[in-house]
Write a protein of this length. Sequence first.
Length: 208
Amino acid sequence: MTESVSFDIAEKAVSKIIELREQEPGGKDYALFLQIDGMQGNQFTYDLSFLDVKEARDDDVQLQFGDLPVIIAAKDKDKFDGASLNLSEDLNSLEIDNPNTPSPNILNTSEPIPELTGELAEKVQTILDQQINPAIASHGGVAKLVNVEGNDIYLQLGGGCQGCGMAQVTLSQGIEASLREAIPEIGNIIDATDHASGDNPYFAGSKK
């Protein structure tokens, strides 16, 4: 592995991630794993999860921030160059500041948002089936719509996302961003997952 990416994590964010990592089962040497899982407008959306260091690919980029190893997917290393990961002002979420944006060619050739008709639940299910689940399936993840109350929707994360301390980041930076772009009338997006019962924080599988 090479350290060819200029990527930074704020000290408070490192502490928060280590705190989340300590809640992971299995006693493995987990690293923070980062990859791009889609786009919203002219910005990338991100998938952050925990990965056993031993499962990293040889061409992935590995960085070290104190006691926290960080692995960036080889396919996305150029897209993370110059980016930083910070803790939000309310200290409740992680935010990525990235000067890189999708190229116009990527935006022009990406899959169009499917035409959405019918009730809110039908629209959400269409986006889950056609855009979101194919993206998070790379690490065994799946997102399910379990309830709709007014314009609020309840999602349940399963597979590699269940039990992962970074699931909330994936929900807010990836899944939520994609849903809100496609369906502006959505209200609150609530994570209804029972993360305490998750066994595998990350299924290494084949990464995109």
